[in-house]
Design a protein around this ligand. Structure first.
Ligand SMILES: NC(=O)c1ccc[n+]([C@@H]2O[C@H](COP(=O)([O-])OP(=O)(O)OC[C@H]3O[C@@H](n4cnc5c(N)ncnc54)[C@H](OP(=O)(O)O)[C@@H]3O)[C@@H](O)[C@H]2O)c1
Length: 215
């Protein structure tokens, strides 16, 4: 029997290690200059099909992005990745960045300190808001995934907690050839070798260096 894995996929970082630029808000979901992190991802067939803008490119960047959707039964996100609302929810108007039919199509568990009822979207996505911490979110996600893998979408603060707890099995990082200088650091202060991680695969394209880190 293969165990369900906890995976990070297609997670972009700048050369200087940032997963988002500074000053995230409604106008800058990825922080200022954050979209530059995703330049490898925008032209791919995976993304173009998702948002219906054309055929998109195939090739290594696309193949890496595609893997991120194989055998995923549930997702975990941090509240900042879900949206720009901070502090107590003023109301329940905010329903994520992704429109009425988000690209998840499975249960999604959002880590937050601020409770909120589950939110059912079109296409099979249901957002569940988890206030009991990373292990509770993982237990709930694993149960929902019914033997499939659980993908952590991000952001950095969420991945850092799962790394430190030694709960992540595999991380696909796309290092983008840009310097952000500031923002949300992914690996700063985390001793990955001491936690048992090593680089298992890497391949470079014009747009990114893809690495798979695991144990
Ligand atoms: N580079 C990429 O490929 C990529 C991928 C995805 C997202 N992003 C970007 O990353 C940024 C978000 O990352 P981030 O590091 O700022 O934040 P994040 O991990 O998305 O969310 C952090 C927030 O989630 C809640 N949270 C996290 N852990 C919790 C816990 N154990 N218990 C309760 N609540 C918890 C807290 O919110 P509250 O206290 O407010 O509830 C916390 O402030 C966004 O700009 C997003 O666009 C980048």
């Amino acid at each position: 029997m293969t165990m369900s894995k906890l995976r990070v996929q297609s997670f972009a970082v700048s050369l200087d290690g940032y997963a988002a630029g500074p000053d995230q808000d409604l106008q800058n979901p990825l922080g200022v200059r954050g979209p530059e992190l995703m330049e490898w991802f925008f032209p791919t067939r995976v993304l173009q099909k998702m948002y219906g803008q054309g055929e998109g490119e195939t090739g290594v960047d696309n193949a890496m992005a595609e893997q991120g959707f194989v055998n995923i039964g549930a997702w975990i996100l941090g509240r900042n990745m879900f949206g720009p609302v901070r502090g107590p929810w003023p109301d329940y108007q905010w329903k994520g960045w992704w429109g009425a039919n988000p690209p998840y199509h499975v249960p999604v568990f959002v880590l937050t300190h601020h409770a909120r009822p589950p939110l059912e979207m079109e296409g099979g996505t249901v957002f569940h808001f988890v206030t009991e911490g990373i292990e509770a979110a993982l237990d709930q996600a694993r149960a929902a995934a019914r033997g499939k893998d659980v993908r952590i979408g991000g952001g950095a603060a969420t991945i850092r907690q799962y790394l430190r707890a030694g709960l992540l099995d595999e991380i696909h990082l796309a290092i983008s050839p840009i310097l952000l200088g500031q923002g949300e650091p992914l690996l700063e202060g985390i001793d990955l070798p001491a936690l048992g991680y090593r680089v298992k695969e890497h391949v470079s394209t014009e747009a990114a260096m893809h690495l798979v880190v695991g144990r």
